[in-house]
Write a protein that binds this ligand. Structure first.
Ligand SMILES: [Fe+2]
Length: 291
């Protein structure tokens, strides 16, 4: 029997509650599924279905509630709840965001930005150590979708992530869509961002849809908002091929959280990710590029 702990290299899909019964009933051909543990902690029926799905698919756990960037520290009660779910699911990957989302016991429904400086590095390194110890698993840190930066930052996001990897042994989840939209919003080069990430630390890739909105701060300008409510944009597929060339074929997740489409749409997006990864790494592609 294949170990559920081994992360498959193919493209999986996010397992969202409206699809879970259909997935368990029809067992569509997905190499793995990713969940937000917070969707299951107070939902025993969904957890039952999750454990049924887990008999057929490796599961990745992507927490949105473990706030590694909170100055007030990690919510240990929440960490224990996530650990209990992890122990029953035995996931192939465990990840979360380079962000903060809690303050003084309040949970904010957002992933908020951090200044990239030495103080933040020390805080996050301490928190990642605590999370990895508390969950008993390596933790993958995901690059955020960015809309603003801090003047007080003393290093780039890529430098910050590289330092975190060196200090904690954590790995990285490169959300290719986040790289694309943050590069657009913040005015940097998406390809150079990919070039700067430590290849050996990349354990997973994400792809999701974004929505262009008018930028109220700059009339006439457009902000790309990480809505996870639509298909992956064409330029993101191109950046994905670039990321696959640099990182190799990695477990890739198509994530969709709002205006959820039929399951078939998600599976088609995942199939496209697989096609692009295979074509990108095919020997003929290398020859075509070299030629
Ligand atoms: Fe993501």
């Amino acid at each position: 029997m294949t170990s559920k702990r081994r992360a498959p290299v193919g493209a999986g899909i996010g397992l969202r509650l409206p699809h879970i019964a259909e997935i368990v009933a029809t067992l569509p051909p997905a190499p793995w599924l990713e969940i937000h543990p917070e969707n299951f902690l107070a939902n025993p029926h969904a957890t039952e279905l999750l454990l049924e799905a887990r008999r057929h698919y490796p599961i990745s756990v992507h927490t949105v509630g473990v706030s590694i960037g909170s100055a007030g520290g990690i919510d240990r009660a929440h960490l224990r709840r996530v650990r209990a779910l992890i122990d029953s699911v035995d996931p192939c990957l465990v990840s979360g965001h380079l962000a903060w989302s809690t303050h003084a016991g309040e949970y904010l429904n957002d992933l908020l930005p951090l200044p990239y400086d030495e103080d933040t590095l020390r805080l996050l390194a301490m928190h990642i150590d605590e999370v990895q110890d508390g969950l008993g698993r390596p933790f993958l840190v995901e690059n955020p979708s960015s809309y603003l930066g801090f003047r007080s930052s003393t290093m780039s996001e890529v430098e910050f992530l590289g330092e975190l990897v060196g200090r904690t042994g954590c790995r990285l989840l490169c959300d290719v869509s986040n790289v694309y939209l943050s590069a657009h919003n913040m005015g940097y080069d998406a390809h150079r961002y990919i070039d700067g990430l430590p290849v050996e630390a990349i354990g997973e890739l994400h792809l999701g849809g974004f929505t262009p909105e008018a930028d109220e701060a700059q009339p006439g300008a457009e902000l790309l908002v990480d809505t996870h409510a639509t298909v992956v944009a064409e330029p993101v597929w191109e950046l994905y091929a670039y990321a696959v060339r640099r990182f190799g074929r990695k477990p890739t997740l198509v994530e969709w959280d709002n205006d959820l489409p039929p399951l078939a749409t998600l599976l088609a997006q995942a199939a496209r990710a697989d096609e692009i990864a295979v074509a990108t790494l095919a020997p003929s592609f290398g020859r075509a590029v070299a030629g």
